[in-house]
Design a protein around this ligand. Structure first.
Ligand SMILES: Nc1nc2c(ncn2[C@@H]2O[C@H](COP(=O)(O)OP(=O)(O)OP(=O)(O)O)[C@@H](O)[C@H]2O)c(=O)[nH]1
Length: 318
């Protein structure tokens, strides 16, 4: 909000807004960088002397991403289902407990398969009265995935578009993997789809919190295309356990052989020659291995269209 904008708000309301807890919904397709954005936002909030709280919604039964949130940050998880499908009561209860813990700012990370407006609607509850200042949706888009969206199935592409269309802020992320020409193409396409949104290019979701705090929910969001998982969206998750150590190159060759409709994988894999399982991340063709210094269960979540059809080396379904 500009200084002019602030001055136009009567003092009474400005005082009331100061007591309200700001809420931001982090949306974006599977693997686009929501958790990276979240960890950066939490760090900045703390630096500004704010007490952040987090609601994290994950598609699989395991909360891999919650390890990214510092232990001193109040965290609530909604696992194995989308915030938009599991019903507003669960979300309301989680927000309620965060408010009791006295948080100043709440970040809600939705699953990459969630419809952002349905997630937003789930926190618009009369229960909260004036307690929440719901600022809207920040959508983070993987730039190369955006440019390659034609390869997605129509329903999944529709979800991607809905996430862009309803955002108040769009972050074009992973620009380190794009050429200048690709970046300017992506920027102009995203702007054409949502002209009202602020747009910022980012690497690892590093958006200034001050920039996000300028946003507010647009007055008219336009019609919402329903995209609930299990109804129209063909996306589901599968949890497997790979018990035997695998050879890294052979494993990456298997990853490359998977159909494009496997959108995301994350979990722990025991690599040959390594003492502890390694954190494995896969999103849109990119593989990342992060060494761990303790023994983690070798579980891997596979998210996409029909992940049950994929043959996983040495796996037992959990
Ligand atoms: N090269 C590059 N990699 C990135 C960037 N941002 C995130 N990543 C990587 O992309 C992968 C997914 O990032 P996350 O932040 O976990 O994405 P997410 O949207 O939270 O994923 P889901 O919650 O599973 O949908 C990780 O391996 C990140 O390290 C970026 O700007 N550039």
């Amino acid at each position: 909000m500009t200084l002019g904008g602030i001055l136009r708000i009567p003092l009474f309301y400005r005082e009331r807004m100061k007591d309200m807890t700001e809420v931001y919904i982090f949306s974006g397709f599977l693997g686009s960088g929501k958790t990276s954005l979240l960890t950066h936002a939490i760090r900045q909030a703390k630096e500004e002397g704010l007490k952040p709280g987090v609601i994290m919604n994950e598609l699989g039964q395991l909360a891999f991403d919650s390890a990214a949130v510092d232990g001193d940050v109040p965290l609530r998880e909604i696992l194995d289902g989308c915030i938009c499908c599991t019903g507003a009561e669960k979300t309301e209860a989680q927000v309620q407990t965060l408010l009791h813990e006295g948080v100043d700012i709440i970040f809600i990370e939705t699953t990459g398969a969630a419809h952002p407006v349905e997630a937003l609607d789930s926190i618009h509850s009369p229960l909260f009265g004036d307690a929440l200042d719901i600022r809207g949706i920040v959508t983070i888009a993987d730039g190369r995935r955006w440019l390659g969206r034609e390869s997605m199935s129509p329903q999944v592409r529709m979800l991607f578009l809905e996430q862009i269309r309803h955002a108040s802020v769009i972050l074009l992320n992973k620009t380190d993997l794009m050429t200048d020409a690709e970046r300017s193409k992506a920027v102009s396409e995203l702007q054409a789809i949502n002209q009202g949104a602020l747009l910022l290019e980012t690497v690892n979701g590093k958006a200034p919190l001050g920039y996000l705090r300028k946003m507010s929910v647009p007055r008219s969001r336009g019609p919402v295309q329903q995209t609930a998982i299990g109804k129209q969206l063909p996306i589901s998750s599968r949890l497997v356990s790979i018990d035997e150590p695998v050879e890294r190159e052979a494993f990456e060759a298997w990853v490359k052989s998977l159909p494009d409709s496997i959108y995301r994988m994350k979990g722990y894999v025991k690599l040959e020659g390594h003492r502890y399982p390694t954190l494995f991340q896969y999103a849109y063709g990119m593989v990342q291995w992060i060494p761990e210094s303790m023994n983690m269960p070798c579980n891997l979540v596979i998210i996409g269209e029909n992940p049950g059809a994929v043959t996983v080396p040495g796996n037992t379904d959990v």
